[in-house]
Design a protein around this ligand. Structure first.
Ligand code: SDX
Length: 429
């Protein structure tokens, strides 16, 4: 393990500086460069923060080379097999697996915060009927601060935990309300006698005109997908939540910012983009054409659901979801030619030297949409599903940052604009 400082020497001044090495739990060495500007007068340049750690965190560990993902030290494969989404949420927020009483208390807290203020429906009805649900979610979640301003003392740990639980509990209610508004259906209220995923499915798909039976297969599959999407260390949307949180903004504003960041097709919006891409490819015979486009630097097309900033191996979540695809489709008595197409696309890509050399593998978004589609979710709701699950990671990371506050996030830049020049009067331009 690298624990001795790294010495750097400025060849222009022969001045040297010892940079301390911070070793993470798994020994991953990180240079502490805080003294660089004051001691050697240099900033560092790292567009996209590909080589920069913005914080220390005890929540999630990823080893991109080995395809390892752990929540609070527990391997994602074991949590996927044995845990539930709310147990994982409790683990991520509190740091360890709850005992039976703690889990029941946590489930109770989430269950009894599922309702939203009825006036929130006025926000939803203000949108055009065909508004994208992620646009609605970002707006409505940001407005929650207007309903809970009495419990927003960010210095009060109880207020912080209450806000965190409120958002975990209310995201499904808001998501379902956005979907039903689009469908022209009346709002369905949370049924607190149901578990988290069954309650959400009931709010999404029940109609007043007839009884609605939640499919236990769908509820179980959804719970698995929510576990897999719950957190992923300092991804773009979580980093956004932390950055907004570093200004002291309220947690609803932080999560609303996270929702907006997640929406991008390079991030959580990829699950929607994958289904659109598979629809566009249409048939296995056209796979080579799209693989060629993905490899063409002059073509902006990328293979959606492939590649990852950190994973240079198979995304462990994608392996689990791919396996679940077959099981869920079979259990639901459904088939989907897009699954066969996705698998053939994966097979061809992983035999292609471009993808092998650049270490591009399927990520969490490549197969998830096929399961959401089989459950009846429209493509436009796929990233909303991601947001419901990732709210747990966002609030867990926000709580961690509140407990160990960093300075306000404020990156620098390399200025490449014009040097100083004098104002030119209009008549002389
Ligand atoms: C998520 O960060 C997280 O943890 C995110 C996430 C989470 O849980 O929060 O895991 C969720 O966002 C998963 C990613 C979903 N996005 C997609 O599936 C969109 C398609 N993928 C890409 O756009 C891309 O792979 C990114 C955005 C995911 C990563 O982009 P990077 O960091 O720029 O990728 P890279 O630097 O590793 O790329 C290496 C090379 C580049 O080519 P060169 O400049 O070296 O010539 O591979 C190319 C990239 O252009 N490349 C692709 C590609 N992904 C990368 N080429 C074709 N198709 C792709 N999908």
């Amino acid at each position: 393990m690298a624990d001795k400082p790294v010495v750097i020497t400025d060849q222009n001044t022969q001045k040297s500086l010892e940079l301390p090495v911070i070793a993470g739990t798994e020994g991953e060495p990180t240079l502490d460069i805080k003294q660089l500007p004051s001691e050697l007068g240099y900033f560092t340049y790292d567009p996209g923060f590909a080589s920069t750690a913005a914080c220390t965190s005890e929540i999630t560990f990823i080893d991109g080379g080995k395809g390892i993902l752990r929540y609070r030290g527990y391997p994602i494969e074991q949590l996927a097999e044995h845990s539930t989404f709310l147990e994982v949420a409790c683990l991520l927020l509190n740091g360890d697996l709850p005992d039976e009483a703690e889990l029941k208390a946590f489930e109770h807290d989430i269950t009894y915060h599922t309702m939203v203020n009825e006036r929130l429906n006025n926000f939803i009805s203000g949108f055009h009927y065909d508004a994208h649900p992620m646009a609605m979610m970002a707006g409505v979640v940001g407005s929650l601060a207007a309903f809970y301003h009495d419990k927003l003392d960010m210095n009060d740990p109880e207020h912080r935990m209450l806000a965190a639980k409120r958002m975990i509990a209310k995201m499904p209610t808001i998501a379902a309300a956005c979907y039903r508004y689009h469908m022209g259906w009346p709002t369905a209220y949370p049924n607190n006698s149901l578990d988290f995923c069954s309650r959400f499915l009931n709010m999404m798909f029940s109609v007043p005109a007839e009884p609605y039976e939640v499919s236990p297969v769908a509820a179980k599959a959804l719970d698995l997908l929510f576990i897999l999407h719950a957190d992923h260390e300092q991804n773009a949307s979580t980093s956004t939540v932390r950055l907004v949180g570093s200004t002291g903004a309220n947690p609803y504003a932080c999560v609303a910012a996270g929702i907006s960041a997640l929406w991008g097709p390079a991030h959580g919006g990829a699950n929607e983009a994958v289904l659109n891409m598979l629809d566009e490819i249409g048939d296995v015979s056209r796979v080579p054409e799209f693989i060629a486009r993905a490899k063409d630097r002059d073509d902006p097309f990328r293979l959606m659901g492939f590649g990852h900033r950190v994973y240079k191996n198979y995304d462990p979540r994608a392996s689990i979801i791919r396996k679940a695809c077959h099981e869920v489709l079979e259990d639901l008595g459904k088939t989907d030619p897009l699954l066969d197409l996705a698998m053939e696309l994966e097979r061809i890509a992983l035999e292609d030297e471009y993808f092998v050399e650049k270490k591009l593998y399927p990520n969490v978004d490549f197969y998830s949409g096929i399961i959401y589609k089989a459950m009846g979710f429209p493509v436009s709701m796929f990233t909303v599903m991601f947001a419901i699950a990732r709210t747990v990671g966002w609030v867990a990371q926000w709580l961690e940052q509140c407990e160990n506050p960093t300075k306000i996030g404020r990156p620098r830049q390399v200025y490449s604009g014009p040097a100083e020049r004098d104002y030119v009067p209009l008549e002389k331009r």
